[in-house]
Design a protein around this ligand. Sequence first.
Ligand code: KIV
Length: 267
Amino acid sequence: MSITVLDVKGFKGSGGPFAMLTAYDYLTARALDEAGIPLLLVGDTLGIFVLGYSTTVPVTIDDVIHHCRAVSRAVGNALVVGDMPFGSYHLSIADGVRNAGRLIQEGGAHCVKLEGPLFELVAVLTDSGIPVMGHLGLTPQSFHQLGGHKVQARTQSAVEQLIENARRLEAAGAFAIVLEAVPTEAARRVTEAVGVPTIGIGAGPHCDGQVLVSSEMLGLSSGARPRYAKLYASLHDEIVRAGRTFIEEVALREYPGVEHSYEWAIR
Ligand code: KIV
């Protein structure tokens, strides 16, 4: 690791917006690290994009630790953010500290991310030496409570609450705050109100940083994508194409060729 949480804090207001992407496996993390991404999030979205669940709710702390290990083995430069999954920090402060510690100690994460206005837990973790990234706006672990994945902070009072929560997260010690699925103007106001970087996903252009889910931006997932999920590659189509070509070449005996086969070595 060469990017630290202090570097990330310093990104605010210096040199333009920065990028974060999710990564769940060794090879993708290695490629994105080579691309120069400063932050890699081992998000609980691994439940959807790796494990095939329809929400992030079933993901366990052991799932995230398993994928964190692979990602942390891959990186040379990026800061690895381990996502605290549903149920791993809600029971008690002590439980949250224990599970955050596992992400750092067993998973190799450099810091953790958790959803919602849990100021006391953020303060205890920060005081224990575990850096915390907050996450406000749409918090997908509250899928059932929110009634689905819906844009948040659409009223004046909701925006004021969002600003208040962001300020309190900063005061509790959060070094950055993800803002998910909030209107552009709400994200702009939060970004101006806090001294730590905001990292937007579906939150418009005024955040200090932008995060995307790598499986969506790489075009690995083939279903419907949210509005903000711009395609930077079409890997699903590429995999289907390569798979079809292989099947065809095998059937036609075009593969393997001489160049893919070993010669008789016994003399
Ligand atoms: O788990 C995740 O991928 C996230 C991003 C949507 C920010 O929390």
